[in-house]
Ligand binder design. Sequence first.
Ligand SMILES: Nc1ncnc2c1ncn2[C@@H]1O[C@H](COP(=O)(O)OP(=O)(O)O)[C@@H](O)[C@H]1O
Ligand SMILES: [Mg+2]
Length: 269
Amino acid sequence: MFQSVRKNPKSTEVPVVLTAEGITVAFGGFVAVKGMNLKLYEHDLHFLIGPNGAGKTTMLDVICGKTKPVSGAVKLADGTELTRLKEHQIVRKGVGRKFQAPSIFGGLTVQENLTLAAETRRSPLQALGIQRYGKISSAMERITRQIGLQDRVHTRAGALSHGEKQWLEIGMLLLQEPRVLLLDEPAAGMTDEETHKTGRLLQEIARERSVVVVEHDMEFVREYAAKVTVMHEGKLLKEGTMAEVQEDPRVAEVYLGKRRDDHAVAETN
Ligand SMILES: Nc1ncnc2c1ncn2[C@@H]1O[C@H](COP(=O)(O)OP(=O)(O)O)[C@@H](O)[C@H]1O
Ligand SMILES: [Mg+2]
C-alpha cells in the first residue's frame, strides 16, 4: 500500500469526495454540456474555467440539482447518486451552492442572517439539544471571524459593501457544514483588495472542505487555484495545475481567443 501511495499519491492518498461522470445537459435541442467528467478530492480548491458559454455554470447547476442532466451521474464517496435527488436533499447531503446573486436578508443584521442559516441546518431533534446549540454559537463565532465580519455583527446586511455581502453569504453556507462548496464567480465586482481576501478565505475553507470555483478572472485563478479544469463547448478540454493548463496551446487558443467576449459578458451572466 505504501508503495502505491508513493507511486500515485493523487489517487490513493487523498480521498475522492464527489465524481461527476458523463454529464450531458440539453436545453431543448441545444446540448450545453457533452459527456463532462469532474472529480473532486478532499481539500481541493478546484477552479472551473473556460470561455463564456462553455457550460461551467451548468455543471454547478447539475451538481447542486438545479438542472437535471439527460445522462450521466454525480456520485458522493458513499455512492449516493445526486442527480436523483431534489435540491434541498442535496444540500442535506453536504453540497452547498453559492449563486451569483446574493440571497441574504438586507433588513436583518449580519448576526441575524447567520443565525437563520444555522437554524435551517438543525434538525428538530438537534434543536432540542442544548449541547448542539452551544456548538452552533461557537461555530457562528468562528465563522464570523473567518469571513472577517466580526466587527459588523450588528450591521444591517443591506448596508454592507458588495464584498462583505458575498462573504456573509459564504459564512451562511459554511454554517450548513457542507463537505462540498460550489461558488460561481465569487469575486465578480470586487475590488482588488476584496478579491485577495476572498482568495485567502477560499484557501482557508479548502483546508476543511472541497471547494469548486467558477471563475473568469485569470489573475485570481493563477494566484489561488490548486487545480484547474478547462471547459470548452460543453466538454473537458484540459485539467491540471495552472502551469500545466497554461502550457497547453489548445487552452490559449480557445480561452485567450475568446477572452475579450468573456469580459464583455462577465457583468451580465
Ligand atoms: N436555461 C437555459 N436554457 C437554454 N440555454 C441555456 C440555459 N442555461 C444555459 N444555456 C446555454 O448553455 C450554454 C452554457 O451556459 P453556461 O453553463 O451558463 O456557460 P458558462 O457558465 O460557462 O458561461 C450557453 O450557450 C448558454 O447560453
Ligand atoms: Mg457562468
